[in-house]
Structure formats: structure tokens, C-alpha cells
Design a binder for this molecule. Structure first.
Ligand code: 7TS
Length: 406
């Protein structure tokens, strides 16, 4: 059960009375406990972690490493060596492309991406395939946004070395069967990368069960602070990879002309790390655990079904993606006939309703869908039926405000 007064845990709602926040796919709001954890780190424990030999610095190091352990448990990884802190999903995916893909791809090899990808899981692959002479191939989705097993198998070839796919689409809300696709990719000898930016905040993640080789996500989309993200990767793969960024803290021994590198995971964390952000991310994980990820999933499903019913009843509204409510995972992209999505978002803002409009950093997908832009509402467990009622009511008025009749 989620408490009825759950929004009171989030100061932004107390400081912006009446606001209806439905842009959770872009970033979530932060509970007081997360804000306090970041402050607490700077008020009590701040020193440069991993460097000092004095107690304060040791406490800073412990805070940072405790956060890594919290992340390990949260996603079910075997070892903290497999948890690398980055800035966000984008950096995590770039790390894979620079440190793994660039050294493992050659001319003629193929990288398979899905048409659903956010630009963050596309551009790094465009770059590395250009650089190595490998080929970038796409697996398309069906009309509802689903990638079928048949389509996936047909897109794989003996030359596919890397498959990369989002767990949940930030535009359509569809969830890919990552466990099955990773298994098929492995049978064909490819490694599997999963973009977990839109799934980790909303469902139980078990990287061992999914059996993915890489899994990337952002702290700020799961109640944590901005500027801290995660790359999970299997230890044996990380061991064989070159560092991503070079400099302080990622070394073992340095001579004038060469260096040996630190043990995992520090080999991939050059320079002073974001310890305050890591403390905030740990507090976010503690908050998830105090509510229970199962309860969050259940509540978000209820809200998703409620929103699906309300949105599909709005006249002249076209909803994109799955025809079944549950498959939207809290994400609704839509257009209103005759009204530009930017106008929809601006009109809704007058009622204090926050939604996103545009291409959602997924231009190839929108082109494939045959639209330039959509409006998007995305839900988190702290939203309410009342939020959705306000959204639907405001959407019903949009055409009238633009001068259309009934
Ligand atoms: N992958 C997916 C599936 C995403 O939805 C996003 C951000 C990213 C990667 C990039 O995450 P970042 O933390 O590195 O920026 N998606 C969105 C969105 O849908 N609206 O704003 C950002």
C-alpha cells in the first residue's frame, strides 16, 4: 500500500501547491530523505573519498562504498566490482562504446539496436560503428511498439557482436522481454546491453536473472540526485576492458611513460567522485525499500490503468503505443487533433500541469511512427487519480482554447 499522503514526503509538492507533475520519465521528484542524505554528507562527512588516511576521509569513502553496496543489492549483482558510478545513463552507455565496443568491433561486425532507443542508446553506437567500420542495424517494433521474437531473431546475424536495447521505451512505455532477447543474443555469440533508465525506477531489477552483460541507469530518474548514474557489467567483461577516462584514483602505479590501473571498479572512476550524489542515491534506494518495489509496481499499474481509461475517453486524442493499458508502464504519448504538442504542454502549464512535448530524444522512433512530436505524460507512484483527472479535464479543453468547436 502507498500512503495517501505520500506527496508530503516530497518538498517540491509542498513548495508548489497544486502542481500536477507528470514528467516523471524525464526526472522524478526527490523525497526529503534524499535531500537530507546529500546535505548530511556535506555537513558531516565531506572529504575527498578514496584519498585521505584520516578519519573524515575514511568516513567519506565508507559512505561512497556503502552506496555502491546498496546499488549492488538493489539490482541483484554478484559483486560491488560490477557497479561503476557514472554521471547518468548517457555516460554509462558511452563508457561501453568507448571502452568495450571500440576494442571489440572490426569492419564487417554488426551492432543491433532497436528502433525504440533514446538517443543516448543510439548515438554512442553510431559513433563507434563509424569509427570501427562495423555496421549499425535496427530491429523495428510492430504497430503497438512491441518487438517480437520473430523480428528480433530475423535481425540477428552471425556478424552481430553487440545487441543494445531499452528495457522500457521512454516514448511508448512498452517493455521488452530482455531476459529472452539476451538469451537469444548469447546463443548467437553477441553481448547484450540493456538501457534500464526507464525500468529501474519502476520494477524489480535482477541483473543476474536478466543475464545481461551491461545494464545502465540514472539516479535522478529514481528519486536520487542528478549527476549520479550506474553502469553494471559482468566482472569478467570489465576485467578485459580498458579504462574510459584516465587520471587520478584509477591507477595502481604510474611511471613517466606508462601506468597500471586500479582494481575494479575504481579503474573506471577517474578523478574525484560524486560522493554526495552516491549518498543521495543510497537514500533513494532506502526509500524504495521502505515502501517496497512490489507496492510501487502495483500502485503504478493501478494509476496506469486509470490513466489509460481517462485518456482514451478524451475526444480527438490519439494515444500511441500498446492497445492494452498495462503495457504502457505509466508512459503515455499522445496527440490532440489539430493542436501542436508544444501548444498542448503550454496550455496545460496554465493549469499547473507538467508534461513533456517534443521528440523525447527518440527522433528515429517518431519518424517510424509517422509523427514529428507528441505530448507525453508519465506517472510515478506518488501521483494520484486526482492528478490524472486534472490532466484529462485540461486535455478535453485544449481544442476549445485553440478555437475549435466540438
Ligand atoms: N535512456 C532512456 C530510455 C531514457 O529515457 C533517457 C532519458 C536516457 C537514456 C538518458 O538518461 P540521462 O539520465 O543520461 O539523461 N529520458 C528522458 C526523457 O524521456 N525525457 O527526458 C529525458
Amino acid at each position: 500500500m502507498i500512503r495517501n499522503d505520500i506527496k508530503n514526503d516530497f518538498p517540491v509538492f509542498l513548495n508548489n501547491s497544486g502542481i500536477v507533475y507528470l514528467d516523471n520519465s524525464a526526472t522524478t521528484q526527490k523525497p526529503q530523505s534524499v535531500i537530507d542524505a546529500v546535505s548530511r554528507y556535506y555537513e558531516y562527512d565531506n572529504a575527498n573519498p578514496l584519498r585521505g588516511l584520516y578519519s573524515l576521509s575514511i568516513r567519506a569513502t565508507d559512505d561512497y562504498e556503502d552506496a555502491r553496496e546498496a546499488v549492488r543489492q538493489f539490482i541483484g549483482a554478484d559483486s560491488v566490482k560490477e557497479i561503476i558510478f557514472t554521471r547518468n545513463t548517457s555516460e554509462s552507455l558511452n563508457l561501453i562504446s568507448y571502452s568495450y565496443a571500440e576494442n571489440n568491433l572490426k569492419e564487417g561486425d554488426e551492432v543491433l539496436v532497436s528502433i525504440l532507443e533514446h538517443h543516448s542508446d543510439l548515438l554512442p553506437w553510431q559513433r563507434v560503428t563509424r569509427k570501427t567500420g562495423a555496421k549499425l542495424r535496427f530491429v523495428d517494433c510492430d504497430e503497438e511498439g512491441l518487438i517480437t521474437e520473430e523480428a528480433f531473431k530475423a535481425a540477428l546475424t552471425d556478424r552481430t557482436k553487440i545487441v543494445t536495447m531499452t528495457h522500457v521505451s521512454n516514448v511508448l512505455g512498452v517493455k521488452n522481454d530482455i531476459k529472452k532477447f539476451a538469451e537469444i543474443a548469447h546463443e548467437r555469440g553477441a553481448v547484450f546491453v540493456c538501457d534500464g533508465a526507464q525500468s529501474t525506477p519502476h520494477m524489480k531489477i535482477d541483473v543476474r536473472d536478466l543475464d545481461v552483460d551491461f545494464f545502465a541507469f540514472s539516479g535522478h530518474k529514481m528519486l536520487g540526485p542528478m549527476g549520479i548514474g550506474v553502469l553494471y557489467a559482468k566482472e569478467e567483461i570489465l576485467e578485459g576492458m580498458d579504462p574510459f577516462l584516465y587520471g587520478g584514483e584509477m591507477i595502481d602505479c604510474v611511471t613517466r611513460l606508462s601506468a597500471t590501473y586500479a582494481e575494479l571498479p575504481h579503474k573506471f572512476e577517474a578523478g574525484t567522485v560524486n560522493a554526495g550524489g552516491a549518498c543521495g542515491l543510497k537514500a533513494a534506494i532506502d526509500y524504495y525499500n521502505s515502501i517496497g518495489i512490489d507496492n510501487i509496481e502495483k500502485r503504478e499499474l493501478e494509476l496506469t490503468e486509470y490513466a489509460f481509461g481517462k485518456l482514451t475517453a478524451v475526444p480527438h486524442l490519439k494515444l500511441y503505443g500498446p492497445a492494452t493499458a498495462a503495457e504502457h508502464h505509466g508512459i503515455f504519448s499522445f496527440t490532440v487533433e489539430g493542436v501542436h504538442p508544444h501548444d498542448i504542454a503550454t496550455i496545460l502549464d496554465e493549469s499547473n500541469i507538467c508534461i513533456r512535448a517534443g521528440h523525447h530524444c527518440a527522433q528515429p522512433l517518431l519518424k517510424y511512427m509517422g509523427v514529428q512530436s507528441t505530448a507525453r505524460a508519465s506517472i510515478a507512484f506518488y501521483n494520484s487519480e486526482e492528478d490524472i483527472d486534472k490532466l484529462a479535464a485540461a486535455l478535453s479543453e485544449v481544442r476549445g482554447m485553440m478555437g475549435y468547436g466540438e
